[in-house]
Design a protein around this ligand. Structure first.
Ligand SMILES: [Zn+2]
Ligand SMILES: [Zn+2]
Length: 375
């Protein structure tokens, strides 16, 4: 019996989300049906709305951060059963490709199928999600702004049942990406100076990751005052409202050393931010670019002389360069022990029907993380 569900859908870039009835096929081989509990409202969905992230297929079901309960499994699914609680990973982890088998699940080859219309478990023309007569695509093969999800087993990570659904949702994208940017990608060490540029839902967790890794100074840079205050609660030692303000203060603050790691996480990264961010980076230091820029932007300001003469590195990262199947349970276990803060990240809760209000609040700088609560 196909399942009918309600989902927040985009019909094109630069439009509002619309709530639509979506019909989901029965789970096929390797597929799982999940009843959603909480979906995180990540900035990446806003990138699709604004057209910074161009996608090939509309209509498009939004959302790629979430938690829920398994209600049905298809043939051949062996890691999950009905009643299991799951976190959704926007990067699938097949476990078999070259990248998965060498501890780099965030680069899983299945990621190439993230924006295909058909499910990664199905061939071309094997339709699984429909709105009326039209086939619907899903964000990162998930589409968590939906009461029910039909997804590949590769996109789900089983979690312990006593954990709150908010926490399980948050670690699936924003927390893992920010925390991993500091811990895995920048490899922050005890005593380091670290700057995080932009402390929204991802950057705030880079602050948290840098502090947990033992950074001596964690400098949070954001124009929004309440986000700077939040950053101080999450482990920042100093805050500034702009890169320019930080550039004046950080030389004296760090006794001339500057920052061993700089993590660039504004809402949208642009090419003109790279050189000022490198200006905060120490000799031999690392600039990690975590935020998403416009897909069509192909140039950045970069002083190549100082890049080489000061032995600096620039690194990109996806999912904080972590492994969803290891990092999601690890982050939740740190939350359980009280070392990782997650409850403090949720600033506002919304019903599915209020998704546009949630994104307006994000644009207005009111949210560190808004969530859709399906309960
Ligand atoms: Zn995200
Ligand atoms: Zn893989």
């Amino acid at each position: 019996m196909p399942t009918t569900t309600r989902s927040a859908v985009l019909w094109n870039h630069n439009e509002d989300w619309k709530i639509e009835e979506v019909v989901l096929d029965d789970p096929g081989p390797g597929e799982v049906l999940v009843e959603m509990r909480v979906a995180g409202m990540c900035h990446s969905d806003e990138h699709v709305v604004q057209g910074d992230m161009l996608i090939p297929h509309f209509p498009f079901i939004g959302g790629h951060e979430g938690s829920g309960v398994v209600t049905q499994v298809g043939p051949g699914v062996n890691s999950l059963e009905v009643g299991d609680h799951v976190s959704m990973s926007f990067i699938p982890a097949c476990g078999r490709c070259k990248y998965c088998s060498t501890g780099r699940q965030s680069l899983c080859d299945e990621g190439a199928k993230l924006f295909d219309n058909q499910m990664m478990t199905r061939g071309l023309g094997d339709v699984s999600h429909t709105i009326g007569e039209t086939e619907a695509a899903r964000f990162a093969q998930l589409g968590t702004f939906s009461e029910h999800l039909l997804v590949s087993e590769s996109s789900l990570v089983k979690v312990e049942k006593d954990l709150p659904f908010d926490a399980v949702a948050l670690v699936s994208c924003g927390v893992a990406t920010g925390w991993g940017s500091a811990v895995h990608r920048a490899k922050v060490k005890p005593g380091d100076n670290v700057a995080v540029i932009g402390v929204g839902g991802v950057g705030i967790n880079a602050v948290q990751g840098a502090a947990m890794a033992g950074a001596k100074r964690v400098i949070a840079i954001d124009p929004v005052e309440f986000k700077r205050e939040k950053a101080m609660e999450m482990g920042a030692t100093h805050t500034y409202s702009s890169i320019e303000e930080a550039a004046l203060a950080v030389p004296e603050l760090t006794w001339g050393e500057m920052c061993d790691a700089v993590i660039l996480v504004p809402g949208v990264v642009t090419g003109d931010m790279v050189e000022p961010a490198l200006g905060l980076t120490a000799k031999g230091g690392t600039l990690v670019v975590t935020a998403i820029g416009n897909m069509m932007e192909g140039s950045a300001d970069l002083n190549l002389f100082f890049l080489s003469m000061m032995n600096k590195s620039i690194k990109g990262t996806v999912f904080g360069s972590g492994n969803p199947r290891a990092d999601i349970p690890a982050l939740l276990s740190m939350y359980r022990e009280g070392t990782l803060k997650l409850d403090e990240l949720v600033t506002n809760r919304y019903k599915l029907d209020d998704v546009n209000q949630g994104y307006q609040d994000l644009r207005d700088g009111k949210n560190v993380r808004g969530v859709i609560d399906f309960s």
